[in-house]
Design a binder for this molecule. Structure first.
Ligand code: S3P
Length: 173
């Protein structure tokens, strides 16, 4: 049953800050897959990548997502690469109302370029490489139930739109 909301999208699209606002407005619990993984391993994301590699991180993403899917009334911010795995998309499809926060690449890049907690910025070093990564992911993000074009919306506007769409969809009373 789809009784949770998951936000999908590339790094910097606002999943965490918007997700928190949605959860607060509707009184649901907020979770963030990255934070849960960091808690579980006891290390920050860049350390997990450098010590154990990306595949290990991806396996943890699936584990954490599968556990959350057994619950209801959660708002979840997913890591930007989470919908790439088929298994994760299956879990999302079955248990979550999914929303893609679509933000144009230049804006995303402006927001993430200085971050130090995103190991993929070391692997994809130029804006062109990162944009190519974004493009490979768009089809996965676009499989969401709802797409919100977020470039010109405030976080409050986006949160309200998500709540409206979740009501229309019947996930929310
Ligand atoms: C990743 C995005 C990050 C985090 C990890 C990998 C990705 O999450 O899961 O650094 O593959 O795009 P955010 O989208 O919350 O930055």
């Amino acid at each position: 049953m789809r009784c949770n909301i998951a936000l999908l999208g590339f790094m910097g699209c606002g999943k965490t800050s918007v997700g928190r606002k949605v959860a607060q407005s509707i009184g649901w619990e907020f979770h963030d897959t990255d934070a849960l993984i960091e808690e579980r391993v006891g290390l920050p994301i860049p350390e997990i990548f450098s010590r154990y590699g990306e595949e290990y991180f991806r396996t943890l993403e699936t584990e954490v997502l599968a556990e959350l899917a057994t619950r209801c009334h959660l708002v979840l911010a997913t890591g930007g690469g989470l919908p790439v795995r088929e298994k994760n998309r299956e879990i999302l499809r079955e248990h979550f109302f999914t929303v893609f926060l679509r933000v144009s690449f230049p804006l995303l890049f402006e927001r993430i370029r200085r971050s130090t907690n995103r190991p993929l910025l070391k692997k994809y070093r130029t804006p062109e490489e990162l944009e190519a990564l974004y493009r490979t992911r768009i089809p996965y993000y676009e499989s969401a139930h709802v797409i919100i074009d977020a470039d010109f919306l405030t976080e409050e506007d986006i949160a309200e739109e998500i709540i409206r769409r979740a009501r229309d969809y019947g996930v929310l009373a």
